[in-house]
Design a protein around this ligand. Structure first.
Ligand SMILES: Cc1ncc(C[n+]2csc(CCOP(=O)(O)OP(=O)(O)O)c2C)c(N)n1
Length: 643
């Protein structure tokens, strides 16, 4: 609830973006039909408040205002407060409260008193009246007003019963009128008053949310509607009014099938080998810039999105290169300011979309940008970048986006307790596990810049196609010595390493007769290598496996057991039975993420990782506190090897 309501907003941005970037998407209204209780959801207001939304005249929300949610009649729905909130956010507000019958009655003597009485009565009282027999209704409805009572007395029972439930949301002509007055220069919300369960024996009852009709009630309803219970999907006969209306509407709504543009060809390897020191976060910006040179066609379809963290996540170089998206050109008042490093050039062809600080909006937009391939035939390659701990709050709407067919890449950075000196509030722990568990998503936590390049290119290559998938990359701000990656110089060996990195893991260190294996992921691979050297020095030869994707390894394991469909070769190459030893796993995240690796060959395993957050200090101190420093890995190696 709430998330779906906002989808047409982000769909409108995605459509405008696709039209400006690659053409073919066109323009058109984006409708959302939502329940009034959905307006309790934060997602709705996060979306309404984003400045980009005020300009979206194609957006129309229709609020089904029945004053009921799941459990109750909401006592004080305060429609006027809601109307004011939309209006102050720049929306056009239309209210369709009463149907024509009541509107006509209101013009008769006693009508204004009747209207004032209905307007003023509490929601539960109104709902109660819906369930009163006519005699009781005549008694309760006037509420002490003699003119209203006289008007009511002049109505027969059927008209009175019809009048009390004659709300605008059930009156097609009243709705038509509202639709006709939509102003296309700003978003519109239509508050359509309705009765929950209109026309059913359960109508208006506070507990009718999932009430089912009895067989007798169904038969009588079918009789009233001229339908046949035994043939519930019967069409209107072609010659009848209903049949003609359906045919004409189908014709009016028919659209030609969209021509599908294929997803762009994506390189797998730029062929360079990073040297010096780099973080995986910085590597992200580098890969995007490299893509503009190596594969401009593909780079043109990349769109990055950030909830106000693009500069603090190293996207500055990319933004300077491609510009910021806005519906119309805007003046960059700092273009001539010599101290400005990040140039904020806003134009319709910009490839970075900046939103306010609202991660729900970020993933809402990401999901919609990820559906343009199926909706408008134009694949985009959306990449959302956010601080990793906020993946948790973004997860549900992102997951729904994937469920609804959106294919996108989410990048969480900075991540883990590796952010040690900056304080504890932005440290993430459970996200590696989330990446493993999320359906429709391949997750990666690369240790080196080259792994970021390979895994990101592989993730981009999976977007925008019928059998595609989303990806989640967890990146770090830790500067790491890139020579540790020991990228093979031989082209075939390099390609083998790349394939393994993309499939989930590779050997970083192989010894002659390993007595223990350290499987490490992400930022702590540096400590794992140092620990392996020390273990070997004390007579416990240790292999190091660099894990890039626990999720892919887990799937491979399930497949090998006959419980999933997936390639299993990565287990043969990186976890061969002949080299099975006791295992130490380590990551800057919850240790259980890699615990399953010990089950591949049922070896003894010790799992190191982070189970708390909040400690600040030097990287060394914080790693020691959590037991993921080199000493802790050495100790675990000795324990695992049983020495
Ligand atoms: C996030 C979330 N919380 C709770 C629910 C359970 N739920 C389903 S429908 C509903 C009430 C919906 O009320 P409203 O939006 O007014 O729609 P109505 O059925 O009254 O037309 C609730 C609480 C849900 N689906 N999603």
């Amino acid at each position: 609830m709430g998330i779906g309501a906002t989808a047409p907003i982000w769909g409108a941005v995605a459509r405008r973006y696709a039209e400006a970037a690659v053409g073919g998407a066109g323009t058109g209204r984006q409708y959302s039909l939502l329940g009034d209780a959905e307006l309790d959801e934060g997602a709705v207001w996060e979306a309404i408040l984003d400045p980009v939304v005020t300009e979206l005249g194609e957006v129309v929300w229709v609020v089904d205002l029945n004053r009921q949610s799941l459990d109750r009649v909401v006592p004080n729905i305060a429609a006027s407060r809601l109307e004011g909130m939309f209006a102050s956010a720049g929306w056009q507000v239309l209210t369709v409260k009463y149907g024509r019958l009541l509107e006509r009655l209101f013009t008769r003597p006693g009508g204004s008193e009747l209207r004032a009485r209905i307007d003023a009565m509490p929601n539960p009282e109104y709902q109660r009246l819906l369930r009163c027999p006519p005699a009781e209704l005549r008694e309760r409805l006037p509420g002490g007003s003699a003119p209203a009572a006289a008007l009511i007395a002049s109505l027969d029972d059927t008209t009175l019963a019809e009048a009390i439930r004659n709300l605008g949301g059930h009156d097609l002509a009243a709705l038509d009128q509202a639709y006709a007055s939509i102003d296309d220069t700003r978003p519109t919300v239509i508050f359509a008053y309705t009765i929950k369960g209109f026309g059913l024996p359960t109508q208006g009852h506070p507990q009718n949310h999932s009430a089912l009709l009895t067989v007798e009630q169904m038969s009588s309803l079918a009789g009233q509607l001229g339908a046949d219970l035994a043939d519930p999907w019967r069409r209107f006969a072609p010659g009848t009014g209903g049949g003609q209306l359906c045919a004409a509407t189908a014709e009016r709504l028919r659209r030609p099938a969209v021509a599908a543009h294929p997803a762009p060809a994506m390189p797998a390897d730029f062929g360079r080998t990073p040297t010096g020191t780099a973080s995986t976060q910085a590597a992200l910006g580098r890969v995007l810039l490299d893509l503009t040179r190596e594969a401009p066609e593909a780079a043109r379809r990349v769109v990055t999105v950030s909830p106000d963290v693009s500069s603090s996540t190293n996207l500055g170089g990319w933004i300077n290169k491609v510009g910021v998206w806005s519906a119309a050109d805007r003046v960059d008042w700092f273009a001539d300011d010599k101290d400005t490093v990040l140039h904020w050039r806003e134009k319709p062809t910009g490839q970075h979309i900046e939103l306010g600080i609202a991660e729900t909006n970020l993933v809402g937009l990401l999901g919609e940008l990820g559906t343009t391939w199926s909706r408008w035939g134009q694949p985009l390659l959306p990449i959302g970048v956010l601080y990793d701990p906020f993946v948790e709050r973004a997860l549900e709407p992102w997951s729904f986006g994937i469920y609804a067919g959106g294919q996108s890449i989410l990048v969480g950075t900075p991540s883990g307790v590796t952010l040690a000196p900056e304080g504890g509030a932005h440290q993430s722990i459970t996200t590696p596990s989330i990446g493993l568990e999320q359906p429709g998503c391949v997750s990666y936590e690369p240790a080196f810049a080259i792994d970021v390049e390979w895994t990101l290119l592989a993730a981009l290559a999976r977007l925008g196609k019928p059998d595609g998938s989303s990806a989640y990359l967890r990146l770090s701000t830790r500067p790491v010595d890139q020579t540790l990656a020991a990228v093979p110089a031989d082209p075939a060996a390099r390609e083998r390493r790349r394939r393994q990195a993309v499939a989930g893991a590779y050997y970083l260190r192989r010894t002659d007769r390993p007595q223990v294996t350290i499987a490490a992921m992400g930022a702590v691979v540096t400590e794992a290598v140092a620990a392996a050297e020390r273990l070997s020095a004390v007579g416990i030869p240790a292999d190091v496996i660099c894990v890039t994707s626990p999720g892919l390894l887990f799937k491979a394991l399930l497949a090998r057991q006959g419980r999933a469909e997936a390639p299993t070769w990565i287990l043969d190459q990186v976890f061969p039975a002949a080299r099975a030893t006791p295992l130490v796993t380590v990551l800057d995240g919850h240790p259980h993420t890699l615990a399953f690796l010990a089950t591949i060959h049922r070896v003894p395993g010790i799992t190191l990782g982070v189970t708390r957050f909040g400690q600040s200090g030097s990287l060394e101190d914080v790693y020691r506190f959590h037991g993921i420093d080199t000493d802790s890995i050495v100790r675990a190696g000795l324990d695992a090897a049983g020495s």
